[in-house]
Design a protein around this ligand. Structure first.
Ligand code: DX5
Ligand code: ZN
Length: 218
């Protein structure tokens, strides 16, 4: 059931289609799409027009991670563009329950994410309704940062809650996942592993992809 979700943030945007084809030929069927607005994080990246273009070329799960302020108004844009999962940040919204319902009403799977300094327990009231919970293991904004191992405590807590309460959300981790860190993330209970630079930035992408896959399906 464990999933590797290559983050296209580290792909070559001048040839995104062939980048995706290459990674899919290695077996990827999830693509992690980092949406940044220059306000919630100090970087700007992908908008709904790119998601729509991707949708026309791939059947992979489009896992859209919205690092934006006021994501409420953008949810319909990404739904229309063809997102499969829309994850928003707890820090960016006032009424998480309303946002989850807005996403689900559009037929999209709903996720919530917490930044490294946010308590995971703050998600507790919403866990029953979530399809995915995303633990940030770097400060959101850029690929290629170092893994914050202490964030794995959040994964452990989410895994324990999931078992205890029979919740159905997937536990995803994002930031600094590579061959040296993925094992610990798996041991903590992660189910979806986002990897940007470790996949797209690798000299030998096939070998890198296979090494990460072996680590999550031992
Ligand atoms: C960071 C993004 C990540 C990023 C991860 O803000 O949310 O998805 O692409 O990149 P790596 O795997 O290089 O840390
Ligand atoms: Zn991300």
């Amino acid at each position: 059931m464990n999933i590797l979700a290559p983050s296209i943030l580290s792909a070559d945007f001048s040839k995104l289609h062939s980048e995706i084809q290459e990674i899919e030929s290695l077996g990827a069927n999830w693509l992690h799409v980092d949406v940044m607005d220059g306000h919630f994080v100090p970087n700007m990246t992908i908008g709904p027009v790119v998601v729509e273009a991707l949708r026309s070329k791939t059947k992979s799960v489009l896992d859209c991670h919205l690092m934006v302020n006021e994501p409420e108004k953008m949810i319909p844009w990404f739904a229309k563009a063809g997102a499969d999962y829309i994850t928003v940040h707890l820090e960016a919204i006032q009424d998480p329950r309303a946002v989850i319902h807005a996403i689900k009403k559009l037929g999209i799977k709903a996720g919530l994410s917490v930044k490294p300094k946010t308590r995971v327990e703050d998600l507790e009231p919403f866990l029953a309704e979530l399809d995915l919970v995303l633990v940030m293991s770097v400060e959101p904004g850029f690929g290629g940062q170092g893994f914050m191992a202490e964030q794995l405590k959040k994964v452990e807590w989410l895994a324990a809650q999931k078992t205890k309460m029979n919740y159905s959300y997937l536990i995803e981790i994002d930031g600094g996942i590579n061959a040296s860190t993925i094992g610990a993330a798996r041991a903590a209970g992660t189910e979806v592993f986002v990897a940007g630079s470790a996949v797209f930035g690798a000299k030998d992408r096939k070998a890198a992809y296979q090494q990460l896959m072996n680590a999550i399906h031992p």
